[in-house]
Design a protein. Structure first.
Length: 282
């Protein structure tokens, strides 16, 4: 298996929304907001080669929407999606599989682009099969008032119309050494990738545990559809990860790409943290 990680871009969101019921007096000690109460997040993606597949995990915001749409996202820095892939030797045509953890705009928007003639949309990765959980696909198509700003038709419908959609029904090993676990607290059908790499288990925690500061069980986002279910899913994952000495890889943490875990008096917390490349070399 060949594995790399990159940051498509940074963006900003309201810190209170990212930490839900946790008071600002607490969360601001570990994740510093600006004067407008905004915190900076990353959009990290994985690129994985295994068993003849070149797999991209999540695609960031993309750039299809207008300036008004992006006015409050404050996108900055990062490598960009296509640029980051090119920097690692990949062209869009080389990607065989795109795994979308879920269909919120910041996770799937880059998977669809405006067509070259400007009349519609097309897949950004024309040779790839796009993998989405069936629960998430059906939930997103139905849409709901809580998530309607995140589920955008132009990000989702072209995938289904392309004939390149694979719906994942249950936890599975999708490819050799690349497994998916389906969760429901953040949004129904959120997929969490588990990777077996040189005797190590890596978990790309996505929006179940978006940053290292979200390791405490009740430190969760207000965006979660079922907050109590998020707590249960986190608890099970953290117990398993602690017992198995897993490496957690964070999609949105601006300072920590990954960490290992330890037990403390307050519960499971980060042990060693840092860059994924450094962990993989050990």
């Amino acid at each position: 298996m060949k594995l790399d990680i990159f940051n498509i871009a940074n963006f900003k969101v309201d810190g209170g929304a990212m930490f839900g019921v946790v008071p600002k007096a607490l969360w601001s000690r570990v994740y510093t907001p600006d004067k407008d109460n905004l915190i900076t997040l990353t959009l990290r993606s994985l690129i994985v080669e295994t068993d003849g597949h070149v797999i991209l995990v999540d695609t960031g915001w993309g750039d299809k929407q207008d300036e008004k749409f992006f006015r409050h996202t404050y996108i900055h820095n990062g490598e960009g999606l296509v640029e980051a892939l090119r920097n690692r030797g990949y062209m869009p045509e080389d990607i065989t599989d795109v795994v979308l953890t879920h269909l919120h705009a910041d996770h799937c928007g880059g998977g669809v682009v405006k067509s070259s003639d400007g009349t519609g949309y097309e897949l950004a990765f024309p040779n790839a099969l796009y993998h989405v959980s069936r629960a998430q696909w059906e939930w997103a198509l139905k849409n709901n008032p809580r998530e309607e700003d995140a589920f955008l038709e132009e990000n989702i419908l072209p995938i289904g119309q392309s004939g390149h959609l694979n719906l994942v029904d249950e936890d599975c090993e999708l490819f050799k050494g690349f497994s998916l676990r389906i969760c429901y607290g953040h949004t129904p059908g959120l997929m969490i990738p588990f990777l077996g790499y040189k005797g190590k288990t890596l978990v790309y925690t996505g929006d179940l545990i978006p940053t290292i500061s979200h390791l405490p069980l009740i430190w969760n986002m207000s965006y979660d559809i079922e907050s109590l279910r998020t707590i249960d899913e986190k608890s099970m994952l953290l117990d398993e990860a602690l017992a198995g000495n897993y490496i957690l890889v964070f999609q949105h943490d601006v300072s920590a790409e990954c960490c290992t875990l330890r037990m403390t008096e307050k519960g499971i917390r980060a042990a060693e943290k840092g860059r994924l490349a450094d962990f993989l070399e050990k």
